[in-house]
Design a protein around this ligand. Structure first.
Ligand code: PLP
Length: 399
């Protein structure tokens, strides 16, 4: 068998995104035991860095073993008991997944739906909370990766707490890219992933729980249905007791520690948000200048994930194949009801760089021209550079 040698790509899809070279370097350092005092120190540092990234003082803030979906399951298996009523906002694939997970925990799920690409309106949540009693939690997706919609949190949080329910947020695609603000928005339980705006590989799922959520968990009548994700045991490993639960993914712990250090300490959270915002705007302005239509309306768009309609008559797969094979660029296709209708372009974490915006717009323009699409030629890069605060396309700005 040949030596493993995967091609070098630029990952501009919905995740995973490019891993920062310093994270890769950290992953190549020697393995130590998961109860080694040095590793326990690293775990403490991960918890501190996660609190800074989530913008919270929550004591229970840890990285679960597994991808973002493991974080989703962690939240639901620990908070929900059979027969509990939960409200879930469904405006894309990941809201749908939360419904599936909650139902598997025996929850009675009340769906609040919006068309894919739109946001969940606080009024719609309030209507359901007024019409029902004993709602245990309300869950929404902050950054719906299947559509590119950015869900505002503040107003829904207010309504949820007015009705004394817990507020659950999926921040898989938002953490490290845009402000999540756990304490500011009084989020009670939140989960994320390492492979999007954090710039580490997939494999860990940061989670955080408020004191309110802890109080609810402590009053459970039934055992948590998942042994692996039971936080009452996981807490004893991350806490002072350091009881063995399962063998921690050591190398991934190195990865998240270094990735979070880069976000929190080296670049700084506010600057990271600014970089995502500026380059997201720049990409979107470039696509519009090319004559393309964005799927999500202005004011509700994520900067780190843009969905754009595939122009009439253009071969979706052929364009994505050429981007990958000729330019080494990966973008995503549409999921579910958007399959074949949109492309999803990610600018997450280390992939979120000015040169990637320029390369992608240039490559797309060439490929769409070859496909005979009616586009505005030569306008996209200029518009993108202007949005970066750069009139001349000769120098790429540092943002
Ligand atoms: N939630 C959102 C918003 C996501 O984008 C994803 C993955 O793309 C998930 C949950 C699931 O995460 P994972 O694929 O890492 O299990």
């Amino acid at each position: 068998m040949y030596t493993l040698n995967p091609p070098t790509r630029i990952l501009m899809g919905p995740g995973p995104s490019d891993v920062h070279p310093q994270v890769l370097k950290a992953m190549a350092t020697p393995l130590i035991g998961h109860l080694d005092p040095k590793f326990l120190e690293i775990m403490n540092e991960v918890m501190d860095l996660l609190r800074a990234t989530f913008q919270t003082d929550n004591k229970l803030t840890v990285a679960m073993s597994g991808t973002g979906s493991a974080g989703m399951e962690t939240v639901f298996v620990n908070l929900v008991e059979p027969g509990d009523k939960v409200v879930i906002g469904v405006n894309g694939l990941f809201g749908e997944r939360m419904v599936d997970v909650a139902e598997r925990c025996g929850a009675e799920v009340i769906r609040v739906e919006a068309p894919w690409g739109e946001i969940i309106e606080p009024d719609a949540i309030e209507k359901v909370l007024k019409a029902n009693t004993n709602i245990k939690l309300v869950a929404i997706v902050h950054a719906e990766t299947s559509t590119g919609a950015l869900q505002p949190l503040a107003e829904i949080s207010r309504v949820v707490h007015e009705h004394e329910a817990l507020f659950v947020v999926d921040a898989v695609t938002s953490l490290g890219g845009i402000e999540v603000g756990i304490d500011k928005h009084q989020v009670d339980a939140c989960y994320s992933g390492t492979q999007k705006c954090i710039s580490a590989p997939p494999g860990l799922s940061p989670v955080t729980f408020s004191p309110r959520a802890l109080a609810v968990m402590s009053k459970r009548k039934s055992k948590v249905q998942s042994w692996y994700l039971d936080l009452s045991m996981i807490q004893n490993y991350w806490g002072k007791e350091r009881f063995y639960h399962h063998t921690a993914p050591i190398t991934m712990s190195y990865a998240i520690r270094e990735a979070l250090r880069l976000v929190v300490q080296e670049e700084g959270l506010q600057q990271t948000f600014k970089r995502h915002w500026t380059l997201g705007q720049s990409l979107q302005k470039g696509l519009v200048a090319m004559g393309l239509t964005l799927h999500v309306k202005e004011g509700q768009r994520l900067p780190q994930l843009t969905s754009v309609l595939i122009p009439e008559g253009v071969d979706d797969l052929a364009v994505r194949k050429s981007l990958l094979e000729q330019f080494g660029l990966e973008i995503g296709g549409g999921l579910g009801q958007l399959k074949g209708k949109v492309w999803r372009i990610g600018l997450m974490g280390h992939s979120c760089q000015p040169r990637n915006v320029v390369l992608f717009l240039t490559a797309l323009e060439q490929l769409l021209t070859l496909q005979g699409a009616k586009i505005e030629r030569g306008a996209a890069v200029a518009a993108a550079m202007k949005a970066m605060g750069q009139e001349e396309a000769s120098i790429l700005p540092k943002v």
